[in-house]
Design a binder for this molecule. Structure first.
Ligand SMILES: Cc1cc2nc3c(=O)[nH]c(=O)nc-3n(C[C@H](O)[C@H](O)[C@H](O)COP(=O)(O)O)c2cc1C
Length: 209
């Protein structure tokens, strides 16, 4: 259940048109520092709009952060085929439109096709869905994705690591996203780990009872 045989672990990062383009950018920044990882980036047309609106960045400006950049319309890209070995794929942020396309197998763009391939090959797919509130149709889509084997990872921050800045919030979400595909970074303190956030009962002078 990995890129079996590929020299480097190939990770697909897809940025779609949900709010939170910064998650995709931070993922690329983190993955660049992980040895032995090869990144493949796809930004949808709507993802390009949110990237510009939220981060002030053009999609082309992300090229130096990725090993390979694919056009969202290129259904002939390597990542469109199961024979191209891939370690995992993270869609962050994932729009409801893309989530629905993946859930229904409507693979008419490279993001949904690559995600469908990852699922059929029983590899790791993580969808950082961002929408709120959610109606029944959204929830049914997410359930379908979970049943197909995707990890549904709503882009909802935790606060147990006591973030002081927005960067802390983003870094913690990105660290947890990467955990889902077995790539472990230490950008933020982990709960209960040595040097991390003391768990309940681990704090000095605190009894468990
Ligand atoms: C500024 C902005 C923010 C948006 N935020 C969301 C969002 O949080 N979640 C979502 O599902 N769609 C959101 N949308 C709508 C999507 O961009 C739209 O559904 C688009 O068709 C998604 O296409 P894609 O899945 O190909 O990227 C937003 C659009 C804009 C312009």
């Amino acid at each position: 259940m990995d890129g079996g045989g590929a020299k480097r672990r190939r990770v697909i990062v897809a940025i779609t048109g949900a709010s939170g383009a910064v998650y995709g950018v931070r993922l690329l920044e983190r993955l660049r520092d992980v040895p032995g990882v090869e990144t493949h980036l796809v930004v949808t047309k709507a993802g390009g709009l949110t990237l510009k609106a939220e981060c002030g960045l053009a999609p082309g400006s992300l090229a130096p952060l990725a090993d390979h950049v694919h056009s969202p319309g290129n259904l002939g890209a390597p990542i469109a085929s199961g024979s191209f070995r891939v370690h995992g794929m993270i869609v962050a942020p994932c729009s409801i439109r893309t989530a629905s396309a993946i859930a229904t197998g409507l693979t008419d763009d490279l993001v949904s096709r690559a995600a469908d391939v990852v699922l059929k090959e029983r590899r790791r797919l993580v969808v950082a869905v961002r929408e709120t509130p959610l109606h029944q149709g959204h929830l049914e889509t997410l359930l379908k994705l979970a049943r197909l084997g995707a990890t549904v990872f709503p882009a909802v921050p935790g606060f147990y690591h006591r973030p002081a800045t927005l960067d802390d919030v983003i870094d913690q979400t990105v660290m947890r996203l990467l955990d889902q595909i077995d790539i472990h970074t230490e950008a933020q303190p982990r709960w209960g780990e040595a040097g991390g956030v003391p768990a309940i009962g681990q704090r000095e002078g605190e009894g468990e009872g």
